[in-house]
Design a protein around this ligand. Structure first.
Ligand code: B1M
Length: 211
């Protein structure tokens, strides 16, 4: 079995030590961090989602797999977020209210760091009010909202509305993403941009700075 398949299988099995050792093996074999991420770690979570849909996996298995994924992610993190001395801009990221999924958001934060942004990560279950408060205190160039549930997507709109009500909407660009989110949805709720994945998010964030 190739080392990328080993990473994938270890994550699917929720084998955290195995996932970490196969990621280390892949890194010492010179496999690029993005390939480890996309073909190993992310591919595994896609499969876990499929197993959940098919009723093979339940929430505990998803959690254990997510933990194994996170352990692997930490190892590739330094390679993804190459050190940048001067920040090109500031972004606040968070998973919206009611939503506890943070793997995709963490990846977005890592890619932003790698692109040279100063990142303020608010974690999960972030209320619109919290986003507003942090925009007031930290004055970021952008906020990045992540949602993984169809039921929490409306909180992205609530966040944009709260920024509008606080008179802050013109001061900050809003980038949205997450598996159920689409470009169409982003434009319907008045976001400035949508990104389908973490590396696109970093590129789009950079281009938003120029607008
Ligand atoms: Co949940 N879960 N989950 N889950 N979970 C999904 C999302 C689901 C699709 C599974 C399924 O049914 N196939 C489904 C949602 C269905 C829907 O809404 N249509 C689901 C469900 C139903 C639930 C619960 C309701 C289950 C329950 O309790 N009955 C529950 C909800 C809890 C809550 O949030 N309130 C729940 C719980 C959990 C766990 C806690 C067990 C765990 C999360 C652990 C964690 O994050 N720390 C979990 C997991 C692991 C998943 C799946 C399997 C994997 C998600 C993941 O990490 N993917 C997921 C199935 C799936 O997505 N296929 C599923 C890997 C990650 C890299 O991808 O997050 O999509 P993703 O991020 C991508 C892009 O979307 C994008 O970049 C990343 C890639 O580069 N992106 C952005 C993300 N955010 C972005 C922001 C941006 C730009 C791009 O700009 C700011």
């Amino acid at each position: 079995m190739s080392v990328l398949l080993q990473i994938k299988q270890n994550v699917i099995d929720g084998n955290a030590p195995g996932a970490q050792s196969s990621v280390k093996q892949a890194m010492s074999a010179g496999i690029p961090a993005e390939q480890i991420l996309n073909e190993g770690l992310i591919a595994a979570m896609r499969q876990v989602g499929k197993l959940f849909e098919e009723g093979e996996y339940f929430v505990p298995e998803m959690l254990i797999a997510a933990r194994a994924m996170k352990g692997g992610l930490e190892l590739v993190r330094p390679a993804l977020a190459a050190a940048n001395i001067q920040a090109i801009g500031k972004i606040v990221v968070g998973t919206v209210q009611g939503d506890l999924h943070d793997i995709g958001k963490n990846l977005v934060a890592m890619m932003m760091e790698g692109a040279g942004f100063e990142v303020i990560d608010l974690g999960v279950d972030v209320t619109p009010e919290k986003f507003v408060e942090v925009v007031k205190t930290h004055q970021p160039n952008l906020i990045g909202c992540s949602a993984l549930l169809t039921t929490t997507m409306p909180k992205m709109k609530a966040t944009i509305d709260a920024l509008q009500e606080a008179g802050l909407r013109n001061q900050v660009k809003v980038l949205v993403g997450g598996a159920p989110v689409t470009a169409k949805y982003a434009s319907e709720i008045g976001a400035d941009a949508y990104a389908p994945d973490a590396s696109a998010a970093a590129n789009i964030a950079k281009s938003l700075l120029l607008k």
